[in-house]
Design a protein around this ligand. Structure first.
Ligand code: NAI
Ligand code: MG
Length: 398
């Protein structure tokens, strides 16, 4: 096995804490890698006026694979106020380095698996037909288009005249919004391109086929959002017929999906959706398998850049505890997605088995798994610290 170089992006708050733990697990599992550390996050905004410095972009461009903790983002005004005094008033504008990374590297494919671990006290429970509790095992992988749609950033308040004039050429706009003064209008666009819609749908089908999932569900709203959701549905129908006849294609609307996922989550396999619906539906499924302490994700680009990160943020209120309480599993699982991506599937499988064994045994649990609210005292109440949880996972590695 060749020694790999991985870009480690600790970021802010608990991002740095959980990243450290994930690297400990990777080392213990025998993954031979060197980690080069990249600057990203709030400190670099405050000190340099840029939360994603060019040197970090260069590192990722060079090594292609990054493990990322989490960053802190704040609203515009607060961001400006925290800028160091010598940078104030020089026209620096805060924008999220995560969105920046996605856009710069074209990380258009986002994968968010949600698998229940046996014995996780946070697993979703429902009442069965005869009233007895049932614990459906969720095994869903969400493919979210990561660069377009409602989060594409093409939006205006008081749009420029040309945009307004163009909108007025649409009969629905004229009829339903023509009454509104231009300066009172806010418009956010939802742009889907054929190329990147095709890519996310194909990635979903390929994953389903390779990993034995029986269905791909397009979770959009093509009956209402006819052009964009309609495009994804049309592409999926044609692709299934031509290239993936052995995988079933299902169609759910996002609203109905949010209802069904608590009724029959075990029925779903691979789900594909646009940017915002993919974000929503993946958070909802994550809630069924234990929430933010368990939700991992991967993002890939066309030319092979991969960024692997937990879904959770920097949880600043827990960042400075003397003994860290947060659950490292989401970050460690994200590292496993990285291993899969670079074809170190055996190491990934061993780490996942170790996590599964710790959870099933149930002796060592972080505070979230004990259903406590987060505070330093949880350690005295028997919760495992971030480090103890990681130690236990390492001890179970075979
Ligand atoms: P958050 O995900 O940081 O924390 C929300 C709550 O979830 C925490 O208070 C905690 O109760 C729980 N939680 C999060 N991670 C956990 C873990 N590993 N184990 C156990 N419990 C965990 O979201 P919040 O508080 O809305 O945002 C905090 C900061 O993070 C903000 O500045 C926000 O902009 C940023 N953020 C960054 C993200 C990223 O880097 N990808 C994603 C989401 C938020
Ligand atoms: Mg989200």
């Amino acid at each position: 096995m060749d020694r790999r170089t991985i870009v480690a992006l600790p970021g802010d708050g608990i991002g740095a804490l959980v990243l450290k733990e994930a690297i400990r697990v990777l080392d213990a599992a025998g993954f031979d890698a060197e980690y080069v550390y990249g600057d990203i996050g709030w400190d670099f905004w405050c000190k340099e006026g840029n939360p994603l410095p060019q040197r970090t972009i260069d590192l990722i461009a060079k090594y292609k694979i990054a493990l990322f903790g989490a960053i802190t983002s704040k609203p515009k005004d607060e961001a400006v106020a925290e800028l160091s005094p010598e940078l104030q008033g020089k026209g620096f504008n805060y924008s999220s380095p995560i969105v920046g990374l996605r856009q710069h590297f074209g990380l258009d494919i986002c994968v968010r698996p949600c698998h229940s671990y046996k014995g996780n006290p946070l697993n979703f429970i429902r009442r069965g037909k005869d009233g007895t509790p049932e614990e459906p095992m969720v095994d869903v992988v969400i493919f979210r288009q990561n660069t377009e749609g409602l989060y594409g950033g093409v939006e205006w308040s008081n749009p420029p005249q040309q945009v307004y004039d163009a909108l007025m050429t649409h009969p629905k706009f004229r009829e339903n919004f023509g009454w509104c003064p231009k300066e009172e209008l806010a418009v956010s666009t939802r742009i889907f391109t054929w190329k990147y819609t095709e890519r996310i749908v194909r990635a979903a089908f390929e994953y389903a086929l390779k990993n034995g999932y029986k269905s791909v569900t397009v979770c959009e709203t093509p009956n209402v959002i006819r052009e964009t959701s309609g495009l994804m549905w049309k592409i999926a129908k044609e692709m299934q017929k031509k290239d993936f006849p052995g995988v079933q294609l299902w169609n759910t609307n996002i609203d109905a999906q949010m209802m069904w996922l608590t009724k029959n989550p075990e029925d779903y396999g691979v789900i594909v959706a646009g940017n915002m619906f993919g974000d929503i539906v993946s958070d909802a499924f994550a809630g069924l398998i234990g929430g933010l302490g368990f939700a991992c994700s991967a993002q890939f680009s066309e030319d092979g850049v991969g960024v692997f990160e937990p879904t959770h943020g920097s949880a600043p209120k827990y960042a400075d505890y003397k003994v860290s309480i947060v659950n490292p599993v989401a970050m460690i699982e994200s590292a496993c997605m990285m291993l899969d991506y670079i074809n170190e599937k055996n190491i990934a499988a061993r780490i996942r088995k170790a996590i599964a064994d710790v959870i099933e045994e149930g002796r060592v649990k972080t505070y979230d798994m004990m259903k406590l609210s987060g505070r330093q005292e949880v350690i005295d109440m028997g919760a495992a610290s971030t480090t103890e949880m990681t130690d236990e996972i390492i001890a179970r590695l075979k």
